[in-house]
Design a protein around this ligand. Structure first.
Ligand SMILES: O=C(O)c1cc(=O)[nH]c(=O)n1[C@@H]1O[C@H](COP(=O)(O)O)[C@@H](O)[C@H]1O
Length: 281
């Protein structure tokens, strides 16, 4: 089964919320954990226990990488445990390079049995979206997915992402056009595509900037910015009107703040799912 179809099923069953696992140093402190590999492991286990009921979890690689190889080992454990728990994993690594180097990143995260195997990874498309054609083919071959940054939740991205080329198409719309093409190529007729984009739930004017690439979009939409960055369920309803079945609202700190008790995180997740589902109904 393709990643897109698995995600579609999970979103229908569990609701359209992705739970980010971002072990910030400040959250480790708030949870009473040491800022060490042991603290990172405990945080990850508790977060997974509390948030495994989400349609997907999204571990933020940065907070594991800061501990070097020991941090990578904890991330491997988290990914393995999440797989055993049956929850989809979007690994937030935001990779992007020339095609030949992308082969290395693809091999690191996408094939079955890779130590850092995830169901999908995030991609930063500055090298030109079509530099990722082979990565998309590799993902499709292994039933995996990619989420490519289009209009990000942070205000600093605006100028670059909204810049237009000679034919008047915004950079972010070109990213979306490429994503549509790879979905057509690899996922035609298979339900929701496996190739998604990141559109921040904090972003206004999406329809204006993205035009027909947005209305024709056929993949999942990862929408971070929900919770700690200020977007609420009503913003998600308004900004993704017409794309309700594709949107996955993503919150990290908003849910993790409820920790360290897994039951309290579970409660926060249930509340977030209720808000998003009732807004998108
Ligand atoms: O790709 C992402 O997930 C992402 C894209 C984006 O546009 N904005 C954004 O905040 N993110 C990530 O989503 C998470 C947001 O965390 P919270 O603000 O705590 O919910 C972080 O891990 C960010 O790196």
């Amino acid at each position: 089964m393709s990643f897109g179809v698995k995600l579609q099923d999970a979103m229908r069953l569990k609701g359209r919320v992705c739970a980010g696992i971002d072990p910030h140093a400040s959250l480790l402190a708030e949870w009473g954990l040491p800022d060490s590999v042991e603290g990172l492991r405990e945080f990850s286990q508790r977060a997974l226990e509390g948030l495994a009921g989400a349609a997907a979890i999204k571990p933020q690689s940065a907070f594991y990488e800061r501990f070097g190889s020991a941090g990578w080992a904890v991330l491997e454990e988290l990914l393995r445990d999440a797989r055993s728990a049956g929850v989809l994993m979007i690994l937030d690594v935001k990779r992007g390079d020339i095609g030949s180097t992308m082969a290395g990143y693809g091999a690191a995260f996408l094939p079955e049995g890779a130590p850092l195997e995830a169901d999908a990874i995030t991609i930063a498309p500055y090298m030109g979206a079509s530099a990722y054609d082979a990565t998309a083919a590799l993902a499709a071959q292994h039933g995996k997915g990619l989420f490519t940054l289009a209009l990000t939740s942070n205000p600093e991205g605006k100028v670059l992402q909204r810049s237009v080329s000679a034919d008047g198409t915004a950079v972010s719309a070109q990213v979306m056009e490429w994503t549509n093409q790879v979905n057509d190529l690899h996922c035609a007729g298979a339900g929701l595509g496996s190739f998604g984009v990141v559109l921040g739930s904090t972003v206004d004017d999406m329809t204006k900037v993205l035009g027909s690439a947005f209305s024709a979009f056929n993949g999942p939409i990862l929408a971070p910015g929900f919770g700690a960055q200020g977007a609420d369920a009503e913003d998600i309803r308004r900004r993704f009107a017409g794309h309700e079945h594709q949107v996955l609202a993503s919150s990290s700190r908003g849910l993790l703040k409820a920790g360290p008790n897994p039951a309290a995180m579970q409660e926060a997740l249930v509340k977030a799912v209720e808000e998003v589902e009732s807004a998108l109904a």
